[in-house]
Write a protein that binds this ligand. Structure first.
Ligand SMILES: Cc1cc2nc3c(=O)[nH]c(=O)nc-3n(C[C@H](O)[C@H](O)[C@H](O)COP(=O)(O)OP(=O)(O)OC[C@H]3O[C@@H](n4cnc5c(N)ncnc54)[C@H](O)[C@@H]3O)c2cc1C
Length: 177
């Protein structure tokens, strides 16, 4: 199993993959310096994670959809079945949220990468402005970016909006009496 990338996120993925599956894991930084923290070095050593910094020259497979080998100019080829690209092209489409002044998560990251803070109903800091899926982040949870979590956010948001609409409708009808 190979993780392709040189960022702390890529390095963290190598640890997670080893801790979950116990396979041989490689970090292929494609020319970048690997994260140099003592903690990562120690854990990577303990887990037998192999770090290759040389640029990748070729991916090869027995057939389409069947990765088997990664090649480098100098380093000997490695044999892996799975490659996970972690080159950091993550982006959050938060333009509308920014326009309405919704609170964003994590001031230290660039604006285009900040998720929108939501509560457990998917509502942002702007009342009535809901966010579902990868763009939203609950303050008390690690980031959840999966299809099923996006669906869960959507169900809660729709339920909340529906509940408010029906309550408002009843209020109007009762006020007529
Ligand atoms: C490589 C990869 C593999 C993954 N594998 C899994 C997996 O196996 N299982 C799993 O559960 N999850 C997986 N995920 C995560 C999953 O794809 C996301 O969590 C999910 O798609 C989030 O749904 P979303 O609706 O929030 O965003 P998206 O699916 O990204 O949809 C957002 C849509 O909005 C469109 N858009 C953006 N801005 C505008 C605009 N201004 N106007 C109109 N449209 C706009 C975008 O083009 C896009 O189509 C994977 C993600 C990646 C990148």
């Amino acid at each position: 199993m190979a993780v392709i990338g040189g960022s702390p996120t890529a390095a963290e993925l190598t640890l997670m993959l080893y801790e979950r599956y116990g396979n041989q894991v490689y970090l292929l930084t494609h020319g970048a310096e690997p994260p140099g923290t003592d903690e990562y070095r120690k854990l990577a050593e303990a887990y037998g994670i192999r770090i290759i910094t040389e640029p990748i020259t070729e991916f090869s497979g027995r057939q389409v959809g069947d990765l088997c080998c990664v090649r480098f100019a100098e380093h000997e080829e490695i044999f892996v079945k799975f490659g996970l690209v972690a080159l950091g092209t993550h982006r959050v489409y938060n333009d509308l949220a920014r326009q309405v002044g919704a609170e964003l998560y994590a001031e230290e990251v660039p604006p285009e990468r900040r998720q929108i803070v939501i509560n457990h109903q998917g509502e942002s800091s702007v009342p009535g402005f809901f966010v579902v899926g990868d763009a939203g982040r609950r303050r008390d949870e690690i980031t959840m970016k999966q299809i099923y979590t996006a669906q869960e956010y959507a169900v809660r948001a729709v339920d909340t909006i529906d509940h408010r609409r029906r309550k408002a409708r009843r209020r109007l009808l009762l006020a007529d009496d």
